[in-house]
Design a protein around this ligand. Structure first.
Ligand code: GLA
Length: 587
């Protein structure tokens, strides 16, 4: 018998009535040096449980490699730490996780095979999932309740009813977990809609809902779907995420608190999505594609109770008060905001232009036509394409099939335009100086779609390129996954304005490491690293204006800042500040 069981209207834990009051906290979005702090703050808000997804794409970056469980991916350590804090854990191992995460967590090496029917009983998909679970579950089982650990329930898939209706596939996943020793309660989650619940549920597996408002109506829908059993909102959306170029979403704390009160008053269990959102570090953000492609920003602050830097915001206090009306909260003071780094200016006085460095140091893969990113064995980052043109003149460059996702075009090293998937752009008027001119196209994967039928959409250049109707052939394709900075040939450059894609380097002194926010006024678009830790993308399109720098990334004494700026800056200077700027709030 699992530790967590269901009754006609609730849960029992080890035979005693138990209401799940949980909050989402994705370990892979929080520096591991801060896990213990965030988990303690979860308990102090009155949560008895935390929930996390598991990102398959990070844990298994290639099909043959051993599972990566190091550093920020040390899930066993995260589970142990949660248990030490007295918290239970809801585990959501996917394989698909959505979560505004690159590709919804499906690995690029798997989605590269366009023939595989993702999230289905296609044996090529389920075989890959089975191999993954073979690797993932043995190191986790010691942390399951059956072995005395904190994991009390495991989710099967994620909002599957919004995607498909292949019940045999869901059944396969449930059996795959059972066959590998998972004895705990299994559950599915779906949007509170009768059709979604019907398509996404399994007999004998608890069906739960995802919703952030219309509480009574959503609970009625859940009850209509299952006549008895616990009512559980697995994602109670207390905030929301942002897209580049879109508004910064916030949700009023009092409004979220009132809805949480309704939920708890109805006797339901809950998982706050998110309790603490964290950050899409590096190149890990996902994207939506409903009417148009829309990549998600670096911050996953989510306007959650615990802010991106782990400070309790107004929503922390408001939700804690509501929880206290329904279940005991620890009689300990609410944690104060953490210390912040004093304002620190950085001069980035060394530079390495990207295009010549890439051409000199990255071996080219040749193709008659440009090869998409997955054909280069690459899951994220940039690709530099290069050919020499057979004729000059004014004309139209046509990128058949468009670009994935943003292409910067250069003629003999000079920028001549940008094409974006977001805007459906496929053509660019250019002037080519003459035969033999170098045409270079630098294409950025802005994040894999994580929801709906476009998961796995290809990146890079997606088809042949023509100039005024004549195909341009014989391309050099250079993968730039940006997974390290070794070998970047920095040279002294001064700190004035700079144009063109380039790495920039500067050092700065830190007394006592503390959280900071990197402000980049005058810079355009790129990626930032501190001491080799990839903070994520920045873009002056906003709404996000600063990047979160976790204190454990900094060290006393000299620290390094590297920016890969894709366009240019008015001055090679940056600043660390004590205040985040995620853009003007719009409810
Ligand atoms: C759904 C998904 C989550 C997340 C939220 C929006 O509910 O299940 O993974 O994408 O939407 O933040």
């Amino acid at each position: 018998m699992p530790a967590l069981t269901t009754t006609s209207d609730g849960f029992h834990l080890h035979g005693e009535p138990f209401r799940i009051i949980s909050g989402a906290l994705h370990y892979f979005r929080v520096h591991p040096g801060q896990w213990a702090d965030r988990l303690r703050k979860a308990r102090l808000m009155g949560l008895n449980t935390v929930e996390t997804y598991v990102p398959w794409n990070l844990h298994q970056p290639s099909p043959g490699a051993p599972l990566d469980l190091d550093g920020i991916l040390d899930l066993p350590r995260f589970l142990r730490t949660a248990g030490e804090e007295g918290l239970k854990v809801l585990l959501r191992p996917g394989p698909y996780i959505c979560a505004e995460w690159d590709g919804g967590g499906l690995p690029g090496w798997l989605t590269a095979d366009r023939d595989i029917a993702l999230r289905s009983g296609d044996p090529r998909f389920t075989a890959a999932v089975d191999r993954y679970l073979d690797l993932l579950l043995p190191p986790l089982l010691p942390y399951f309740a059956a072995a005395g650990g904190p994991v009390v329930a495991v989710q099967v898939e994620n909002e599957y009813g919004a995607y498909g209706a292949d019940t045999a596939y869901l059944e396969h996943l449930a059996q795959a977990l059972r066959a590998r020793g998972v004895e705990e309660l299994l559950f599915t989650c779906d949007q509170a809609d009768p059709a979604h619940l019907a398509a996404g549920s399994l007999p004998g597996v608890l069906a739960t809902g995802t919703f952030g408002s219309r509480v009574e109506e959503s609970l009625r829908t859940l009850r209509a779907h299952r006549g008895e059993g616990p009512l559980m909102c697995t994602e109670f959306w207390v905030g929301w995420f942002d897209h580049w170029g879109g508004p910064h979403h916030t949700r009023d704390a009092a409004d979220a608190a009132a809805d949480l009160d309704r939920l708890l008053s109805a006797g339901a269990s809950v998982n706050l999505y998110m309790f603490h959102g964290g950050t899409n570090f590096g190149l890990t953000n996902g994207a939506n594609h409903q009417h148009a492609y829309a990549p998600t920003v670096t911050s996953y602050d989510y306007d959650a109770p615990l802010t991106e830097c782990g400070d309790p915001g107004p929503k922390y206090h408001a939700l804690r008060e509501v929880i206290a009306r329904h279940s005991p909260v620890p009689d300990e003071p609410v944690p104060a905001p953490g210390p912040k780094l004093p304002r620190t200016e950085v001069a980035l006085g060394r530079r390495a232009p990207l295009l010549p460095y890439a051409v000199a140091s990255v071996p080219a893969v040749r193709g008659a036509d440009p090869l998409p990113m997955h054909a280069l064995g690459q899951a994220s980052g940039l690709v530099l394409y290069r050919t020499s043109v057979p004729a000059g003149g004014d004309g139209l460059l046509r990128f058949t099939g468009g670009v994935g996702d943003r292409a910067q075009v250069f003629v003999d090293g000079a920028p001549v335009g940008v094409l974006e998937r977001e805007r459906g752009e496929e053509t660019l008027p250019v002037r080519l100086p003459g035969p033999g001119a170098a045409l270079e196209v630098l294409v950025e994967n802005l994040g894999g779609v994580n929801y709906g039928p476009r998961i796995g959409d290809p990146k890079g250049l997606l088809g042949p390129v023509a100039f005024d109707g004549t195909a341009l052939r014989d391309w050099e394709c250079r993968p730039l996954p940006l997974d390290g900075l070794d070998g970047v040939p920095f040279a002294a450059s001064g700190t004035g304005p700079a144009a063109g894609p380039a790495f920039h380097h500067g050092t700065f002194e830190v007394g006592t490491p503390a959280d900071a926010f990197l402000a980049l006024p005058g810079w355009t678009k790129g990626l930032a690293w501190v001491n080799g830790f990839a903070l994520g993308r920045y873009w002056n399109r906003g709404p996000q204006r600063t990047l979160y720098v976790p204190a454990p990334v900094l060290r006393p004494g000299a620290n390094d800042l590297v920016l890969l700026e894709l366009h240019g800056t008015t001055a090679a200077r940056a600043a660390f500040t004590g205040e985040p700027d995620l853009g003007p709030p719009r409810a």
